[in-house]
Design a protein around this ligand. Structure first.
Ligand SMILES: [Zn+2]
Length: 58
């Protein structure tokens, strides 16, 4: 019997789809995010739903 995982939302990089995103502090225009995987920096990030194991839900 499979338990249905409860999804949670995480931020992923729009360039490399990595979840290794950190929010940079100190912007007056709002949140700026930094991808540690590809060094992308910007306000635009993707938000996806994942299960408890961090796998994206479809
Ligand atoms: Zn990236």
């Amino acid at each position: 019997m499979r338990r249905r995982p409860r999804g949670k939302r995480i931020l992923v990089c729009p360039q490399c789809q990595s979840g290794n995103i950190v929010q940079e502090a100190g912007s007056i225009t709002g949140a700026v995010y930094h991808c540690r995987n590809c060094q992308y920096i910007g306000a635009l990030v993707l938000e996806i739903e994942v299960d408890e194991d961090g796998q994206p839900l479809r």
